[in-house]
Design a protein around this ligand. Sequence first.
Ligand code: ADP
Length: 212
Amino acid sequence: MSNNENLVWHEGTVSRKRREAINRHRGLTIWFTGLSGSGKSTISVALEERLTNMGCRTYRLDGDNVRTGLNRDLSFTPEDRIENIRRIGEVAKLFRDAGVINLTAFISPYRRDREMARALSSENDFVEVFVDAPLDVCEQRDPKGLYKKARAGSIPNFTGISAPYEPPEHPEVHLHTADKDVNGCVDQLVEYLITQGYLENSLVAAAGAGSA
Ligand code: ADP
């Protein structure tokens, strides 16, 4: 059992604000959610590349990568999916405190789990991105061959086939990946970050990515 009552948060002298000032952008989480094959990994990789080229500090947390390390003890049962998202939410919080733009690419099918991750954030440093493509488009893309296996019954609890996906009701950004290519989706996201003031004008101007 833990001794929570004896734990005392130890404050350092370097604040999040100081780290953000050095980075010239806010620490924030860009939380991608959507069906398997909707484009979360592809877009998060492309956005990370774009932001890094602009001079931002970024870090990407991706479903399979996390499940082979931090969360390798977790399965896909409803309880383990909750614990998967809880841990990722806590890691994302650490990255925000480090002043880093962290991009998370997880199906995260349940609204309440995404809300749990959001609840760990302070106002305005959690950007939920709905990566939206119709199920038949995702199934046609099937980049990892998972839909084929799920249809054959060899993957239980597969989101969209044998497990539900609850779309976000009020995502900060809604990407329609069947209608807009990867570059266009990245443009839409960078535009959002600029207009919402997440990136300092001096950084944006130096990168030539928008008006200062
Ligand atoms: P997810 O991470 O959501 O499971 P992936 O990024 O692994 O999805 O796969 C998405 C697939 O769809 C890739 O093969 C990608 O090339 C393709 N694709 C086609 N159009 C788009 C788009 N607009 N955005 C993202 N991916 C796209």
